[in-house]
Structures are given as C-alpha cells and as structure tokens.
Design a protein around this ligand. Sequence first.
Ligand SMILES: Nc1ncnc2c1ncn2[C@@H]1O[C@H](COP(=O)(O)OP(=O)(O)O)[C@@H](O)[C@H]1O
Ligand SMILES: CCCC(=O)OP(=O)(O)O
Length: 360
Amino acid sequence: MHYRILAINPGSTSTKISIYDNETPVFIKSITHKTEEINKYKEINEQYGMRKSLILKELQDNNIDINSINAIVARGGLLPPVKSGAYLINEDMIDRLKNRPVIEHVSNLAAIIAYEIGKLVNIESYIYDSVSVDEFTDISRISGLKGMDRVCVGHTLNCRATAIKYSNSINKEYKDLNLIVAHLGGGITIQLHEKGRIVDIVADDEGPFSSNRTGRLPLKKVIRECFSGKYSQKDINNIIRGKGGVYSYLNTTDTREVEKMIESGNLDAKLVYEALAYQISKGIGELSTVVNGNVDAIILTGGVAYSKVITNMINKRVNFIGRVEIIPGENELEALTFGVLRVLKNEEKAHIYKELVTNI
Ligand SMILES: Nc1ncnc2c1ncn2[C@@H]1O[C@H](COP(=O)(O)OP(=O)(O)O)[C@@H](O)[C@H]1O
Ligand SMILES: CCCC(=O)OP(=O)(O)O
C-alpha cells in the first residue's frame, strides 16, 4: 500500500515540514520565521493562520498537490496527560489546545494546523508521541505535596523514536529493555523507559539546566524572588525557560560557542560546561535507581550530543551504570511519519482523545 504523509513540527523560530511516500522522504523544509514576524503576535496561538498559509504556499511552490496526501501528522502539544503513540485529532483536542492548553508552547499549534489542512482535503490528521505522554506509575507521580502531583512533560517524540532505533540496531525488542534516554537539546529532559513504558523522567524544571533553561533551582530562593515585587509571572517564566542556564552565565545559547570560549582559555565557560555534564549525569544516576540499577543502556541524543567534549564528560561519570550510546540530533519529522505509518498499516491503533481531566 502506498501512503503519502505530511508531517508538521513547529518550533519557536521555524516550522519544519516533510512529505514522505511511505518510508521515503520526498520533501523536507524548515520554514524560518523572522523574529520581527513572530514578535507581531501577542499570544503563540495567534500565529496559527500565518504558519498554516506558509505551509500551504511551500507545498504549492514545490508542486505538491495537497490532494495527493493521505494523512497528516503533527507534533503533539500540551494536552493533559496522554498515552504514547498516535491520537486522532478531533474537536475535543482542538478545543483544549486553542482554549486551555496546559502550558503555552509552540507545539500546541501543530495539531490545530494539521486539523485545518486535513479538513480542506477530507483526510485524517494525527498527533504522535505528544510532549505530554504520561505513563508514570503511582509512586513516580508523588511530588511531596498532596494535591500537586508530578506530571510527565518531555521530549518523548525524539526519545521514544531513538530508543526504538537503538533496540532495533541490537536486534532486541524495545519492550524487553530498560533504557535511560537523555534528550540534550535547547531544553533537556531525561527519561527512563522500563520495558517499553516511560515510568519516570527528569523534567526541564527538575534536573539539569540547559542552554537557555534553568533546570531545578533552590526553591527557597525562587520563592523569595517571586515575591520580591521585581517580576511578573511572565518575567519569571521567561527567565526559567529562555534566559536561564548557559545563557545566564555566558550570554550564548550555542554550546559550540561555549567550546570555542573554553579553547580560548575562558575558565568560567569551562566551569559552566563541566557543571552541565555534572548535572546531566546526576539526572541519569537518579533515574537508574528506579530500576535498581538494571539499565541496559544510556542513550544521549539531541543537538548537544554532537559534542564529543560533553558526551565524554558524561560518559566518564555514568558508564558504571550501563553502556553509553550516543545517537546525536533529532529526527522528529521521521519519527512522526513512521509512527503514523504504523497506524495506517494497522501495526498500531490510534487512540481517541477525550476531555476527561478538567482540573489540569
Ligand atoms: N555540534 C554541536 N556541538 C555542540 N552543541 C551543538 C552542536 N550542534 C548543536 N548543538 C547545540 O544543540 C542545541 C540545540 O539542540 P536541538 O536538539 O537541535 O534543539 P531543540 O531541542 O531546540 O530542537 C543548541 O544548544 C546547540 O548549540
Ligand atoms: C514542553 C516540553 C518539550 C519541550 O521542552 O520542547 P522544546 O525543547 O522543543 O521547547
């Protein structure tokens, strides 16, 4: 059977799209959005029309007839907790993403755009391995305060696809392995996949800092700053996810720049980079206890995993736990497409999204 699939992955500064004919990519494009254009919109959701028009124009300019597409797949946004795998996009999901997303995040736009394009040509649209995939156990959900459960929000799309890719590469079934997967991108999250289920994670506010996010901070000091009168809630959020981490120490979010600083003898940069590796390693160590140390492999992925300097530092600290595999970069368009292909080929079933949880 032949399927043509459009995948949509919006980021803060770009919208990535691809067309695959079954497993073969036939068109891949990253549409860049100028900061001035993005800044025109007060809320992220207002960018929907602009991004949808650019996608349609891009397809038209490249002679791709939208009527030739059989299904659309989008990066899943900030829904209340959902299962791993595919969900058919429906009105309930669109209502939640447009009106009550759990967090404002650019990934919320993906399903909205996919659904609208799907309606134009009367085809189904899906999300796959949403950022809010939550397979926590009862024990991992406990936070330390009744009424404030931990929730799982992370880079599940890349982590799960990379974990499956690694399992296939060693001729083992993903569901038979215990894997710790660290997504080292602009944001960092670390996941424990126990026999194919993501039972616990270190979220981007629970562990290591990243290029522009603070990670876990000393709580008492955060409370003092929040009530100092100096900041609005938006300011605080912008610091935590945007102006924190490497950026706050070294004024750059590009870890390649940090390496150049280190090479030129900058001792502050050296210390911050070592601290980054140290904190990532601590997160990996923390998750290894969830399976009593029975870890088949630790996988380092995402853009920062291209850096030999950082992966060597992490390797030294964590290889006593299990073998360290480096699978750099992220291939989210492929992960989305292959996921929905499994649905179209009846190898997986798509879940139906229902608004059950109302207090998140
Ligand atoms: N070769 C490299 N060496 C070190 N860092 C890199 C390299 N390539 C990309 N990065 C870093 O990876 C981060 C972006 O990772 P990526 O997975 O593309 O991000 P995102 O999660 O935002 O999609 C940036 O901080 C960038 O500086
Ligand atoms: C919201 C969790 C996933 C995430 O942080 O994605 P980005 O790193 O792409 O912002």
